[in-house]
Design a protein around this ligand. Structure first.
Ligand SMILES: [Zn+2]
Ligand SMILES: [Zn+2]
Length: 214
């Protein structure tokens, strides 16, 4: 299953720690730009489009029990304003830090059991696998944390008109008194006036047509 799937060093979100080595204190800095994986962000709200560039800066530090990975991801996220539904973009910067443990090195001398028994305890632990680690779950968590749950196009976005759905930021003086009166009138005279208006309009159109024909 997923936990047992072998990491593929060709996956751009898989990093190799062989160069870093296992001497505690060794440091390595890496930068890499990768294509955003699918569904990176808050689904249906805001996220980094699949395939968009994600700039990664990583600092790998060898420690006793594994490799401590500290880094930053930068990308452009796209979504829509929760108030006015206009599309919006924002520059995302997500920081993360994660420990990837050596599966064979338990510094407390504990005998490692198979994941089946220890699954609950190790649920949140991430491991190196043949010196490789998969940054994807770390990146996903960091991006979700860095994104606004309720993105808005501007802090004071007034949203949409409850009556007609117009975007109030485009039309701050927007109000409906006049339209309300007309709407009430139309409701009162529904039927007869509706036909009359249609006739007037078709008459006007006919007039235009006649002029054009002459
Ligand atoms: Zn808005
Ligand atoms: Zn309106």
């Amino acid at each position: 299953m997923a936990a047992n799937a072998h990491l593929d060093h060709r996956n751009p979100l898989v990093f190799d720690t062989h160069e870093l080595g296992r001497r505690p204190g060794a440091l390595q800095r890496l930068s890499r730009t990768v294509d955003a994986p699918r569904d990176l962000g808050l689904q249906g709200v805001i996220g980094v489009p699949e395939g968009a560039p994600v700039e990664l800066e990583l600092r790998l530090e060898s420690v006793m029990e594994g490799v401590l990975v500290t880094g930053t991801a930068r990308a452009r996220a796209e979504g829509e304003c929760v108030r006015c539904l206009e599309p919006l973009e924002l520059e995302l910067e997500a920081d993360f830090q994660e420990m990837f443990s050596y599966p064979d090195a338990d510094d407390r001398g504990r005998v490692k059991t198979e994941p089946a028994d220890d699954a609950e305890e190790d649920e949140d632990r991430l491991f190196l696998e043949d010196g490789l680690f998969d940054l994807e779950p770390v990146l996903r968590d960091a991006v979700v944390l860095a994104l606004p749950m309720q993105p808005v196009c501007q802090d004071d976005c007034p949203g949409l008109c409850a009556e007609c759905g117009a975007r109030l930021a485009d039309d701050p003086d927007h109000h409906h008194d006049a339209v309300d009166i007309r709407w009430a009138a139309l409701q009162g005279l529904a039927g007869s006036l509706g036909d009359g208006e249609k006739d007037e309009m078709s008459g006007a159109e006919a007039g235009v047509d006649e002029k054009q024909e002459k």
